[in-house]
Design a protein around this ligand. Structure first.
Ligand code: NAP
Length: 483
C-alpha cells in the first residue's frame, strides 16, 4: 500500500467480462497529476480489441436482455454492496489518478452504491402504454395495441476524467440495469477507477459478453467504437469538440451528448450575500473548477456587487492548495500541467481584454491558485469559452433583463443558478434562462443522481440521471393484436 492509501494497480482490458492483454501487447503507465508518481498501469486497446468487444457485446446483449429484470436487480444490488464496501479504496484511486482532494473523492466514491441501486430500480420499472386504438376513426374494438420498451442492444459509453466514478456509473448502471451490453471507454488520464468499478460488476455476477472496458486513446479508439453499426447507442460525456466529431460520424444510432459549459450564477438585489458567496466559493473551485456545472460566471447586479465581492474574496482566499491526500487540502492540481498553462493563459488574456484580477490566478506546475476575475464582458473569450479551471468571471449588470441576457449570452446552456430577486424574477429566470437545469437559491453546481441532467445548445442533448438514462437506453416497440 502506498503511504497515501492507494495501491498501484495493473489492469488488462476487459473484453466481454474476460480480462486479457491488448492485441498489440502495448501498456501505458498512469501517473498522479500531483507529483507524477506512477499510480497504475493499463493495457492500450486498438481497433482489433474494439471489434472483439463489439462481437462479445452482441452475444452478451442477446443473453442479458433475456435475463429477467429481478435477476439483473439482484446482480446490481451485489455490485452496489461491493461499491459501498470499497468506497475508501475507490476514493484513494480517484485522488491518486485525478488529483482531487481525498475528501471530494470520498464524496464521489460514496455515491457509487446508491447510483447502482437507483439504476437497478429504474431498470426494473420499464413500463409501456396501452393504446386507445378505437379513438382512431376507422378502427373498432377488435384490436389491442400497446408499447413495449426494450434494451437497445450495445451501448458505447465514453467518459471524461473529471468524475472518474460518477460519470462511469451514470452510464454503466442504467445500461446494465435495462438489459444492454456496455462497452466503456474511460478517459486516458483516469482509467483505474473505471476498471476498479468494472471488477465490482464482474464479481457481482454480470455475465459473459455483457461488460467491456477498453482503455486507450479516444482519438484512435473513438471512431471505431462510434461508427460501428452494431452499436445502437452512444452515451458520451466530454468536450463539445469531441461531441461534434462523434455526432458527425455516428450514423444511424441513438446519441446522448453531455458536453461543455460556461455556467452562470446570477446575484440579484435581495440575495443572501453570505449564502451566495459561500456557494460560489465552493461551486467555482470544487475539483479545481474542472466540473461541467462549475460556476464559471457570476453575473452580479451593480447594487450588490461590492458587498458580494467583499464576502467572496476571503472565502476564496481561504481555499487551501496542496497534496490531495493531506488533511485540510481543498484544492488539488489540475489534471495536467498543460491544462494549468491553458487556464493561466486564459486568465492573462482576460486581463489583456480589459478585466481585472481580484485574487489568485498564479500557476505553479499543475496548480493554479483560485482566482476571481472582475469586470468581465460576456463577449470576452473568458466568458464565451469553457474555462474548466479554478477561476470565476464576474460580470456586473444594471438590470434583471441584462442579467438574463448575459446568462444566455454564450453558446452553452448546461446549468444556471440564481440568488435574490423577486418572486416574479425567479419565475422569469426559470422560464427564460437557456439551461438544462436552473437552481433558484443555489449555484449550478448541484446534482441529485435521479434528476434529469443534461444541457441545451452547445452543451449537448439527451438527458442523464438514472430514470432518463434508462429511457434513452431502451427503445419503444409498438405491438398491435388484430382480432
Ligand atoms: P474530452 O477530451 O472530450 O474526452 C472525453 C472522452 O472522450 C475521453 O474518454 C476521451 O479519450 C474521449 N475521446 C477523445 N477523442 C475522442 C474521439 N475522437 N472519439 C471518441 N472519444 C474520444 O473531455 P475531457 O477533457 O476528458 O473532459 C472535460 C470535458 O467534459 C469538459 O468539456 C466538460 O464540460 C465535459 N463534461 C461534461 C459533462 C456534462 O454532463 N455535460 C460532465 C463532465 C464533463 P482520451 O481521454 O483517451 O482522450
Amino acid at each position: 500500500m502506498h503511504e497515501n492509501g492507494s495501491q498501484p494497480r495493473s489492469y488488462e482490458l476487459l473484453i466481454g467480462g474476460e480480462w486479457r492483454e491488448a492485441s498489440s501487447g502495448e501498456r501505458q503507465g498512469i501517473h498522479s497529476p500531483y507529483d507524477g508518481r506512477p499510480v497504475g498501469e493499463v493495457a492500450v486497446a486498438s481497433a482489433v480489441d474494439v471489434d472483439a468487444a463489439i462481437t462479445a457485446g452482441e452475444r452478451g446483449a442477446a443473453a442479458w436482455r433475456r435475463t429477467p429484470a429481478h435477476e439483473r436487480v439482484a446482480i446490481l444490488h451485489r455490485a452496489a454492496d461491493l461499491a459501498d464496501q470499497r468506497a475508501d479504496e475507490i476514493a484513494a484511486t480517484i485522488s491518486a489518478e485525478n488529483g482531487k482532494p481525498l475528501t471530494e473523492a470520498l464524496g464521489e466514491a460514496r455515491r457509487s452504491g446508491a447510483i447502482i441501486r437507483l439504476s437497478a430500480h429504474e431498470g426494473s420499472q420499464v413500463y409501456g402504454d396501452s393504446l386507445p386504438l378505437d379513438a382512431n376513426p376507422g378502427t373498432g374494438q377488435d384490436k389491442v395495441g400497446f408499447t413495449l420498451r426494450q434494451p437497445v442492444g450495445i451501448v458505447v459509453a465514453i467518459t471524461p476524467f473529471n468524475y472518474p466514478a460518477l460519470l462511469v456509473l451514470h452510464k454503466v448502471g442504467p445500461a446494465l440495469a435495462s438489459g444492454n451490453a456496455v462497452i466503456l471507454k474511460p478517459a486516458s488520464a483516469t482509467p483505474l477507477t473505471a476498471l476498479a468499478l468494472a471488477r465490482i460488476f464482474i464479481e457481482a455476477g454480470v455475465p459473459e459478453g455483457v461488460l467491456s472496458v477498453l482503455t486507450g486513446p479516444g482519438g484512435t479508439l473513438g471512431d471505431a467504437l462510434v461508427s460501428d453499426p452494431r452499436v445502437r447507442k452512444i452515451s458520451f460525456t466530454g468536450s463539445t469538440g469531441v461531441g461534434e466529431r462523434i455526432a458527425s460520424i455516428a450514423g444511424v444510432k441513438k446519441l446522448s451528448l453531455e458536453l461543455g459549459a460556461s455556467s452562470p450564477t446570477l446575484i440579484l438585489p435581495g440575495a443572501d450575500i453570505e449564502k451566495a458567496s459561500s456557494a460560489v466559493a465552493a461551486g467555482g473551485y470544487v475539483n479545481a473548477g474542472q466540473v461541467c456545472i462549475s460556476v464559471q460566471r457570476v453575473i452580479v447586479h451593480r447594487d450588490v456587487e461590492a458587498d458580494f465581492l467583499d464576502a467572496l474574496r476571503p472565502k476564496v482566499e481561504a481555499i487551501r492548495m496542496g497534496d490531495p491526500f493531506a488533511d485540510g487540502t481543498t484544492l488539488g492540481p489540475l489534471i495536467a500541467e498543460r491544462e494549468a498553462r491553458r487556464v493561466e493563459s486564459s486568465i492573462a488574456r482576460a486581463i489583456s481584454d480589459g478585466s481585472s484580477l481580484l485574487s489568485g490566478g498564479e500557476r505553479d506546475g499543475a496548480f493554479v491558485s483560485p482566482a476571481i476575475v472582475t469586470g468581465v464582458d460576456t463577449r470576452q473569450a473568458f466568458a464565451q469559452e469553457e474555462l474548466f479551471g479554478p477561476a470565476v468571471a464576474v460580470t456586473s449588470v444594471d438590470s434583471f433583463d441584462a442579467a438574463i441576457d448575459a446568462a444566455n449570452g454564450t453558446p452553452y446552456g448546461l446549468a444556471a443558478g440564481v440568488f435574490g430577486g423577486t418572486l416574479s424574477e425567479g419565475v422569469r429566470a426559470m422560464r427564460e434562462i437557456d439551461a438544462g437545469s436552473v437552481h433558484l437559491g443555489w449555484t449550478p453546481l448541484w446534482r441529485a443522481d435521479l434528476m434529469p441532467y443534461g444541457g441545451l445548445k452547445a452543451s449537448g442533448y439527451g438527458k442523464e440521471g438514472v430514470r432518463s438514462a434508462v429511457e434513452e437506453m431502451t427503445e419503444v416497440k409498438t405491438v398491435i393484436m388484430h382480432g
